[in-house]
Ligand binder design. Structure first.
Ligand SMILES: NC(=O)c1ccc[n+]([C@@H]2O[C@H](COP(=O)([O-])OP(=O)(O)OC[C@H]3O[C@@H](n4cnc5c(N)ncnc54)[C@H](O)[C@@H]3O)[C@@H](O)[C@H]2O)c1
Length: 361
């Protein structure tokens, strides 16, 4: 029988406990230690999981608990220092999104992980969700034709963050999905926004990513919206998809609609667009918790020495986009070109349907 992987979690505020619950419930995994600088959070976690080691000092946690892997769920400003310490201590490392505060920090983490042969994974949770996996499957089958553009809106009231703006807080989700669906890295980014509540921290941003062949994507992020909105539209030359993550049963709908220009015409009277309205359908989605699939995938990558679907290099690409968006914001929305990167599909591992089905059983 294979040895269980010993996992520790650093940071147990809002998101950390969800990771603890998932790792705690997975076979072949021992959730052995939890570290948080807050005694209040540790007391809360101790009440839920009395059989786990607890501490406030991350060095002691890294050196003393016999961990194989470390999960970092602290605010982003701590990601780099904690992940670097974790990798240097020889631990496979899972970092929350966004991977770090700068691309230079991400590059250093990728370099250490690769040099030491350790798994480095970033929590881009949506790539493990069934609606996004289905969208990728439909797009890759060619059913949409060529994707022309993607529009994404992630809006709600709060929660206001003190150290990062709304783009760094919410747009990692949209950016990771868009890069994954299009399979390529943008050539330029521009972003406009405003800090209405906390000076210097934008609470509303509109980002636009330009790709080769005139493809583009827009991402609207807001903490100043009365309704919660999680919507994405993917427009292809043959079909279109609307993805509404707040729907319970009909999260994605595929529309068989398109507009075509006549190939040639002689007079204006002859010129007519042709609008095609076909059926729409709702694909069946498997029900499973994305975080459970993701945590199991992390363990699988450790056991089998595989590159994760959301690898450190993929996390780095998302941070490069966010960094360019910040540079554009500082220049009033100017277009910021991006240095060419490997295709997004070449910097990530794979997640097979068989694997997800096995996890969901
Ligand atoms: N994947 C997702 O969908 C998702 C959702 C929410 C948050 N997140 C990410 O999770 C991370 C944490 O967010 P949150 O909302 O849970 O934040 P939070 O502020 O609620 O919790 C962070 C916790 O980290 C602890 N902490 C801070 N510095 C520490 C240190 N040096 N050592 C140990 N513990 C430390 C704090 O005491 C706190 O309990 C962020 O990167 C955020 O972007 C991801």
């Amino acid at each position: 029988m294979r040895k269980s992987i010993s996992v520790g979690v650093l940071g147990c505020g809002y998101w950390g406990p969800l990771l603890v619950r998932n790792f705690k419930n997975l076979a072949n995994c021992d959730l052995t230690a939890i570290c948080d600088v807050s005694e209040v959070r540790l007391k809360h976690m101790r009440g839920l999981y009395p059989d786990v080691e607890y501490g406030t000092d991350h060095q002691q946690f890294l050196n003393g608990s016999g961990l194989d892997a470390v999960v970092i769920a602290t605010p982003v400003k701590h990601h780099h220092a904690l992940a670097k310490a974790s990798l240097n201590a020889g631990k496979h490392t899972f970092i929350e999104k966004p991977m770090a505060a700068t691309s230079a920090e991400c590059e250093e983490l990728v370099e250490i992980a690769e040099r030491k042969g350790l798994v480095l994974m970033v929590d881009h949770t949506f790539l493990y969700s069934s609606p996004v996996r289905k969208i990728v499957e439909i797009a890759q089958s060619g059913d949409l034709g060529d994707i022309r553009y993607i529009n994404s809106r992630r809006l709600n009231l709060g929660l206001f963050q003190k150290d990062i703006n709304v783009a760094w807080d919410l747009a990692p989700h949209d950016t990771s999905i868009i890069l994954h669906v299009l399979g390529e890295f943008p050539v330029a980014v521009n972003c406009q926004g405003n800090a209405h509540v906390t000076p210097g921290i934008e609470d509303v941003t509109n980002m636009s990513l330009s790709f080769r062949n005139k493809r583009f994507a827009t991402i609207q992020s807001s903490w100043l919206e009365p309704r919660k909105i999680r919507e994405m539209t993917i427009v292809g030359t043959r079909r279109m998809i609307v993805y509404d993550d707040l729907q319970t049963h009909e999260k994605i709908r595929v529309y068989d609609v398109r507009v075509e220009r006549p190939p040639h015409y002689d007079t204006f009277a002859e010129f007519q667009y042709s609008y095609y309205y076909g059926d729409s359908y709702i694909p069946r989605l498997q029900q499973e918790e994305p975080l459970k699939v993701e945590c199991q995938h992390f363990l699988e990558c450790i056991k089998e020495g595989k590159v994760p679907l959301t690898s450190g290099r993929q996390g780095l690409q998302v941070v490069k986009v966010l960094e360019a968006a910040s540079a554009s914001l500082r220049q009033g929305g100017k277009v910021v070109p991006l240095i060419s990167e490997p295709s997004t599909s070449s910097v990530r591992g794979t997640l097979t349907t068989e694997f997800v089905e096995k996890v969901s059983k």
